[in-house]
Design a protein around this ligand. Structure first.
Ligand SMILES: [Zn+2]
Length: 299
C-alpha cells in the first residue's frame, strides 16, 4: 500500500490552550530521563522553545481511536496504553515468516494498528511536532513568537497524594510548568488512507475541540483542554476527477475513487493527479460530511 501513491491528506492545524496544559518529558517517549516538571522544550534554529511533540499527539489520537473503534464493536489491541506490548497484534506476525508482504500483514492486524502502525507495519498517519510559529513565517517572526509564548508559561504547585491512604504525603510538594496561552501550529499527514481512517482522525480532532479529549499531563487537575482548528486541508489525489482512497479487497490494495462536490476549494493539476486546498471552514466540514455518507458499510 506504500509503494504507490493514491492520496495524501494533510490537516494543517492550530492549537490554542483553553485551560493550562502541561506536557512533561514523561508524557513523551523522547527523553525518559528528563525532568517531568518542566514543559518539554527543543532547540530550533530560532532558539530553544516549548513545543507539542508529535509523539504526544499520536498517543492522544491512538487512545481515542481505540475507544471509538471499540464502540463500533471492532477488536483493537490497545497499544496506546503503552505497557501492553503483549497485545501488539504485530507481535504474532513476527513469528510467522510467511507473512512479510504488507498485503499479508494488513488484513491480519487490528484497525488501530492499520492506522497507527505496529512492530511490523508502518503508520498511515504521521504527527508532526507543533511549534509556536508557522513554518512559512520569516526568521524574525519565529524568534518573536518563541519569545512571546514564554509569557504564557507559569509554575503551579502540586501536592502529592499518597495513593494508598488518600492523604497528602509529608513534604511532597512539587512544581510543574503549564502553558495558558499562545498558539501552536503543525500538521497531521495521512498517506494512502482508507476512507474510514481519515474520518477517524477527523473525529478525534472534534473530540479535542469539544473538550471530550484532553492533551498532556495532570488532566485530573483540569489541565489539557485545548482548542484545535483545521486551518487548511490539503488533499493530493491520483485521480484528477475523484479522491483516490485505498481499499483492501481480495488480498490486495486497490484504488477506491470517490466523487466529492467541492465548494470553495482551490484545485490544481499536478504530476500525480490533482491537488485540492480547502481553507474555508464550512467547505472543510462539508467534505467530511460527504465522506461520512460514502463510508462503506463494511469499514
Ligand atoms: Zn493491533
Amino acid at each position: 500500500m506504500f509503494k504507490t501513491i493514491r492520496n495524501f491528506h494533510k490537516f494543517q492545524l492550530k492549537i490554542v490552550p483553553r485551560s493550562g496544559f502541561h506536557i512533561g518529558a514523561g508524557d513523551t517517549d523522547i527523553t525518559p530521563i528528563a525532568s517531568d516538571a518542566e514543559f518539554v522544550r527543543i532547540s530550533t534554529p530560532w532558539g530553544r522553545t516549548v513545543y507539542i511533540p508529535g509523539s504526544s499527539l499520536k498517543g492522544v489520537f491512538r487512545s481515542d481511536a481505540e475507544a471509538l473503534l471499540k464502540s463500533q464493536n471492532k477488536e483493537v489491541c490497545e497499544l496506546a496504553k503503552g505497557d501492553r506490548k503483549d497485545k501488539d497484534c504485530g507481535k504474532d506476525i513476527n513469528n510467522n515468516n510467511n507473512l512479510e508482504k504488507s498485503e499479508d500483514i494488513y488484513p491480519s492486524v487490528c484497525p488501530s494498528c492499520k492506522t497507527f502502525g505496529n512492530m511490523k507495519m508502518a503508520s498511515v498517519v504521521r504527527f508532526e511536532d507543533f511549534f509556536p510559529f508557522k513554518s512559512d513565517e520569516s526568521d524574525e517572526e519565529k524568534i518573536k513568537h518563541i519569545d512571546e509564548i514564554e509569557k504564557y508559561t507559569s509554575i503551579r504547585n502540586g501536592i502529592k497524594i499518597d495513593r494508598f491512604t488518600g492523604s497528602t504525603s509529608k513534604g511532597a510538594l512539587y512544581d510543574y510548568e503549564v502553558i495558558t496561552g499562545g498558539c501552536f501550529y503543525g500538521n497531521i499527514l495521512l498517506k494512502n488512507p482508507e476512507i474510514w481512517q481519515v474520518l477517524l482522525i477527523y473525529k478525534t480532532i472534534n473530540n479535542i475541540k469539544d473538550g471530550f479529549v484532553k492533551v498532556g499531563g495532570k488532566k485530573s487537575r483540569g489541565l489539557g483542554n485545548l482548542d484545535i482548528q483545521i486551518e487548511a486541508l490539503v488533499i493530493n489525489s491520483k485521480s484528477e476527477k475523484a479522491i483516490t482512497f485505498t481499499k483492501f479487497e481480495d488480498g490486495q490494495f486497490k484504488d477506491n475513487n470517490v466523487q466529492f462536490d467541492f465548494q470553495n476549494a482551490f484545485k490544481e493539476r499536478d504530476l500525480i493527479g490533482q491537488k485540492i486546498t480547502i481553507t474555508d471552514k464550512a467547505a472543510i466540514e462539508n467534505y467530511f460530511q460527504q465522506m461520512l455518507t460514502k463510508l462503506p458499510e463494511s469499514w
